[in-house]
Ligand binder design. Structure first.
Ligand SMILES: Nc1nc2c(c(=O)[nH]1)N[C@H]1C(S)=C(S)[C@@H](COP(=O)(O)OP(=O)(O)OC[C@H]3O[C@@H](n4cnc5c(=O)[nH]c(N)nc54)[C@H](O)[C@@H]3O)O[C@H]1N2
Ligand SMILES: Nc1nc2c(c(=O)[nH]1)N[C@H]1C(S)=C(S)[C@@H](COP(=O)(O)OP(=O)(O)OC[C@H]3O[C@@H](n4cnc5c(=O)[nH]c(N)nc54)[C@H](O)[C@@H]3O)O[C@H]1N2
Ligand code: SF4
Ligand SMILES: [Mo]
Length: 713
């Protein structure tokens, strides 16, 4: 193998952005290994990255765009013809019903291709529709809401590498690579970074019912009953506020509602919190003292609390914990981001006071306003089905799989099936593509160039990398962004790409040109990144410091707005526990949501097991691989069980992203996996404002399926 056939690049399946060496021959990947010379990831990879070749050469990959014919099957169509037809149909729908009849759904994989989201947004903005959906709103939209109701810090978060404590609530970043402003943990080469931090004295607190990969590294691991984070954090706040462990100076200057909060949590003594959460009282008091007694370090969270039954108030209290302890960088402190390829913005030591954008501006017919100009993904089915002049009749999906991901899969699929036009830009025959009228076949990561500007806020150091195209794309595929630019041109819509207006008749810039534009507001010359294939650490850049507050700064955090106070009362009220088990979320190393199923090297994940503690398995009379039924108030699914001693007794876990479409006759739980989304409801106990359904801590019963009745086995 000569060196020409080994490309240096980085993986773009998840935010890990691991440096890799890709060996290839005749346009086919023959091997992938971690890049030991990569300044941040130093050779670390996971199975998904090492099998990235399998994605590119998968036999079921769409290498041409597809159109559904009269018989209901997809058949190949030229990209130009498909785009022209889609443009005509969208224009007709807009002419008749207005732009709000067209919706855009941005999925998880729209995030990792540098140009996809900007170009999709550009087309959609020019179209003038309000019906924008993104997976953040079936994920952790409670974080957006928290920053708006509580207020936010204009200086950003504290730095992990300067902290002496860090609290992670319901997140497993060592596996999921959820870092940046979500968890603040350095996920690049995470295990080693965490070890290093603990060696220098950082105390890691993990709150998770499961003994996760991350919890296994923790100094303190609390295991609450699922769905009780609001009560647990209220209990921590009770100790901190009653023992005077908070930052009174910071609170005096920057906070409203301290006394209200103190009053609201006054009854959540450690003993009362133990009753609500199952965590021993002494551990609660100890954890509160360790967190508040440290000098620096934040409480951060993941899908555990944010998908739970009290997501909005739980997330608010997590924010309040940071606020009362004053855990934000002050003037002169080093900022948590470096702004290498992206615009760093102005960081100042002041509060961005609360605001409520969802209360004004566009309101959907079914009663939700917008946050960050988006509507909640969970209302998409109703936006399609509920009658009204502006109901959604056409949907464009990019890098997502709403037919699998949006809860109450049966209702969601029914809605998608009733669309006049469903278009997805999608490489694989996923559940959404199986319903679509058109599928546009896109390039995959090794077939396009990218840069790491998107990860500026995730990298723990001033680092940037450019990925050049490694493989020639199949002749029938286009880059995601090219579809949106072409669609805009054919709909006669001017679009704005990186600040420049592109008229429908203008020549499209090259991908390299567009990439260069997106990096022009960074602090380094793009060429200095492009010519360093392993990526470049810009250690010579002066660190970004948080500046002093503006003279007229008067924003304050609002610890307990009236609606939060109401939600808190509800969350702290005693609840009956009538079902034997609680079903929680979990992510798998070998898949990224629904991506990875059926890929060579990752194929074993065709089965989606329900993880159960061995003691519970004994009691249920099941052993590994047995078929079981998971029964919830809103649905029942069949799957197989897997003994897992990291589970907490009484808690079971299932990953999402499996299970085909409702009614599939190949829906064999032993080979196709099952979709936990079928156990969820889009109408019962929905969070206010964010429209977030309950997706975690689902009360369930488990039943062994007798061998003779199992689908197979
Ligand atoms: N390998 C891989 N990586 C991924 C993904 C993937 O599918 N595979 N998905 C990506 C996506 S889209 C996202 S959003 C991120 C999510 O990133 P994370 O939020 O880190 O995802 P999870 O691993 O589901 O972590 C949630 C944790 O919450 C715990 N938990 C469950 N219920 C509760 C509860 O009530 N309270 C508390 N405190 N904890 C609870 C679970 O045991 C679990 O460990 O991961 C991303 N990374
Ligand atoms: N029950 C339950 N439901 C959940 C969750 C849960 O924990 N439990 N988690 C929720 C969360 S956090 C999320 S983020 C959503 C995930 O919801 P989605 O983001 O809608 O689902 P993904 O499976 O990530 O879809 C990504 C799609 O992009 C495609 N793709 C890969 N590469 C490219 C590319 O280069 N270009 C294009 N155009 N497409 C590409 C993949 O083939 C895949 O089909 O699911 C949510 N649903
Ligand atoms: S999928 Fe794996 S190899 Fe790729 S970036 Fe994420 S952790 Fe790294
Ligand atoms: Mo997500």
């Amino acid at each position: 193998m000569d060196a020409d056939d080994i490309a240096v690049t980085y993986c773009r399946i998840c935010p890990g952005a691991c440096g890799v060496l890709v060996e290839h021959q005749d346009n086919v990947v023959t091997g992938v290994m971690g890049d030991r010379d990569h300044p941040l990831t130093a050779g670390y990879t996971c199975a998904k990255g090492r099998n990235m070749g399998g994605f590119h050469s998968a036999p079921n990959r769409f290498v041409k765009s597809q159109r559904r014919n009269a018989a209901g099957t997809l058949e190949p169509i030229e990209f130009g013809t498909a785009t022209a037809e889609i443009a005509d149909q969208l224009t007709a729908i807009v002419d008749r019903h207005g732009p709000d009849a067209v919706a855009l759904f941005l999925g998880t994989q729209s995030v990792f291709a540098t140009l996809t989201r900007p170009a999709a947004h550009a087309w959609f903005r020019s179209l003038g529709s309000h019906k924008l959906f993104f997976t953040m709103t079936i994920d952790q939209s409670a974080k957006w809401l928290r920053a708006l109701r509580l207020g936010d810090w204009a200086g950003g978060r504290q730095r992990f590498d300067e902290s002496d404590v860090w609290m992670l609530i319901g997140t497993n970043p060592l596996m999921t690579m959820q870092g940046g402003d979500f968890t603040g943990v350095p996920v690049q080469n995470g295990p080693q970074e965490l070890r290093r931090a603990r060696e220098r004295g950082l105390k890691l607190i993990v709150i998770d019912p499961r003994r996760t990969e991350t919890a296994a590294q923790a100094d303190i691991h609390l295991r609450p009953r699922p769905g009780t984070d609001a009560a647990l954090v209220a209990g921590l706040l009770q100790v901190i506020l009653s023992e005077g462990l908070y930052d009174s100076e910071f609170c005096a200057q920057h906070v409203y509602g301290l006394e209200l909060l103190r009053h609201a949590v006054r009854d959540m003594t450690p003993a009362a919190t133990e009753t609500s959460t199952g965590v021993p009282a002494d551990q609660i008091a100890y954890t509160a003292r360790v967190f508040a007694g440290s000098v620096r370090g934040m409480a951060m969270s993941g899908t555990g609390p944010d998908m739970g039954p009290d997501a909005n108030v739980a997330e608010h209290l997590i924010g309040a914990l940071n606020v009362v302890c004053g855990r934000f960088p002050r003037a002169g402190d080093r900022a948590a981001r470096d702004g290498v390829l992206s615009r760093a913005g102005t960081l100042t030591a002041q509060v961005i006071g609360p605001s409520r954008p969802w209360e004004s501006g566009f309101q959907s017919r079914i009663g939700y306003g917008r946050i960050h100009n988006e509507l909640p993904s969970a209302i998409l089915p109703a936006e399609i089905l509920e009658p009204g002049a502006d109901r959604v009749r056409a949907l464009v999906v990019v890098g997502g799989n709403p037919a699998s991901a949006i809860p109450d899969q049966v209702a969601t699929v029914r809605a998608l099936q009733s669309l006049d036009l469903l278009v997805t830009i999608e490489p694989f025959p996923n559940e959404t593509a199986r319903l679509a009228h058109y599928v546009i076949a896109p390039t995959l990561m090794l077939e396009r160039a990218d840069h790491t500007g998107l990860f500026d806020g995730v990298f723990p150091a001033p680092f940037a990398q450019h990925a050049a195209r490694v493989l020639e794309p199949p002749p029938g595929v286009v880059e995601d962004w090219v579809f949106f630019a072409e669609l805009a041109a054919r709909m006669a819509l001017p679009i704005k790409l990186a600040g420049r207006v592109l008229q429908p008749t203008d020549e499209r810039p090259s991908s390299h040109q567009y990439l260069t534009w997106t990096a022009e507001r960074g602090r380094v010359a793009f060429d200095d990144v492009v010519n360093k294939p392993h990526g470049r650490m810009f250690s010579n850049l002066s660190p970004l410091l948080v500046g002093p507050a503006d003279d007229d700064a008067d924003g304050r955090f609002d610890l307990l707005p009236v609606d939060v106070e109401h939600e808190l009362k509800q969350a702290l009220a005693p609840r009956d526990r009538l079902w034997p088990f609680s079903l929680v979320v979990r992510r798998q190393r070998r898949t990224m949501n629904s991506l990875g199923r059926g890929i060579a090297g990752l194929a074993r994940d065709d089965v989606n097991p329900c993880y159960i503690h061995p003691d519970d398995m004994n009691e249920l009379g099941t052993s590994d691989g047995d078929a079981i039924r998971v029964i919830a108030e809103h649905g029942t699914i069949e799957t197989v069980c897997s003994a897992d001693p990291t589970m907490m007794p009484g808690v079971v876990a299932l990953s999402h992203g499996y299970g085909g479409l409702p009614g599939d006759d190949h829906n064999d739980p032993l080979t196709a996996g099952s979709n936990p989304g079928r156990l969820l409801s889009l109408t019962d106990s929905i969070q206010t404002i964010t429209g977030m359904p309950i997706m975690n801590a689902i009360p369930v019963a488990i039943e062994r399926i007798e061998k003779s009745k199992a689908v197979r086995g």
